[in-house]
Design a protein. Structure first.
Length: 323
């Protein structure tokens, strides 16, 4: 006959097993998108997640040489904009990824002897036909629209909308999937966060008045960080910032219309560059640990985190749309 302690142990073990299997069953499901990130050797890694259960990650890695980093996928998945540092941003047709490399001439998005594009994150319009970024040290917003061959190696049919901004040095831009909002992150004269209503594009002279600085008139501290990513409906932002000069940055979520903020990470060495998944269930970000900077995924609703890389030396997580 089993003792009461033995019976209790069996019951607890069975309960734990049921909980684990239920968690796997609820979360072990195919994902309609892939996660990508850049490496120090300027290759682009594509992670086919297959499933995200935060116990065992089903993932297959694919690496493509770009010679550039900070890759930004167009919403239709046909193009990638990636940075070559001081040279500028180049446009890569993703069809070349089938050959595991893009070793051919591709278009420079912008050439400018005074430094060109200032942005470290570009905002794709939902129809994939326009990009938003900043120039002139982040003081001017430019919307470049492709009317035909603007993304080719001999750019043509490009239409530019140029809007001066009174918002410091903007160096991150993200465009909401509903097309209504731009999230802007500034680094100088101090870190700050802004929302711009794109309805002003019909009358560009009104845009400075339609730019909302989220550190004023809200419950959010003045000292914002950078790298905002905006949800599909434009209501929530995720971003990273450090609340004090010597503290590491963390990832936060902000319902900017209701002025409600929530801290999503608490990494000892900091977490940065967050980005929403297309279905808004996950946030990918770069977290710092003993191995350096690695890529993580956070399940926003359940606050569960999965580590994607372990080698360090990676940056700029981004989501690749469904093929």
């Amino acid at each position: 006959m089993l003792s009461w302690l033995t019976r209790l142990t069996i019951v607890l073990a069975a309960t734990c097993a049921l909980v684990v299997f239920a968690l796997i069953a609820l979360t072990h499901e195919p994902q309609p998108f892939s996660l990508t990130y850049s490496r120090e050797d300027t290759t682009l890694s594509i992670v086919d997640l297959g499933c995200v259960n935060f116990i065992t990650l089903c993932a297959n890695n694919e690496r493509i040489f770009l010679g550039a980093n900070l890759a930004q996928w167009s919403p239709n998945g046909a193009m990638v904009a990636a940075s070559e540092g001081d040279v500028g941003w180049r446009m890569f047709p993703t069809a070349c990824f089938n050959n595991r490399g893009c070793n051919f001439s591709v278009a420079l998005l912008e050439t400018n002897p005074e430094g060109g594009i200032f942005s470290r994150r570009l905002g794709w319009r939902p129809d994939s036909k326009a990009l938003a970024y900043t120039i002139n040290n982040g003081t001017v917003l430019r919307i470049r629209e492709n009317l035909g061959g603007c993304w080719s190696d001999v750019p043509a049919d490009c239409v530019d909308l140029t809007i001066p901004l009174d918002a410091g040095n903007i160096h991150t831009v993200d465009w909401s999937a509903d097309g209504r909002w731009l999230a802007l992150g500034a680094v100088q004269p101090h870190p700050d966060l802004y929302i711009l209503d794109t309805e002003c594009f019909a009358a560009p002279e009104t845009c400075p008045q339609m730019l909302t600085r989220l550190s004023e008139g809200s419950a959010v501290e003045r000292e914002f960080g950078i790298w905002p990513s905006i949800s599909a409906d434009g209501t929530r932002l995720v971003y990273s910032y450090a609340s004090a000069r010597l503290s590491p940055s963390q990832v936060y979520m902000l319902d900017w219309q209701n002025h409600q903020r929530d801290q999503l990470t608490n990494f000892i060495n900091g977490a940065e560059v967050p980005t929403w998944s297309p279905d808004e269930r996950y946030v990918a970000f770069a977290g710092r640990n003993l191995a350096g900077r690695n890529i993580y995924i956070l399940d926003v609703a359940r606050r569960l985190t999965a580590q994607i890389t372990r080698s360090g030396g990676v940056d700029s997580p981004a989501w690749r749309p469904s093929p």
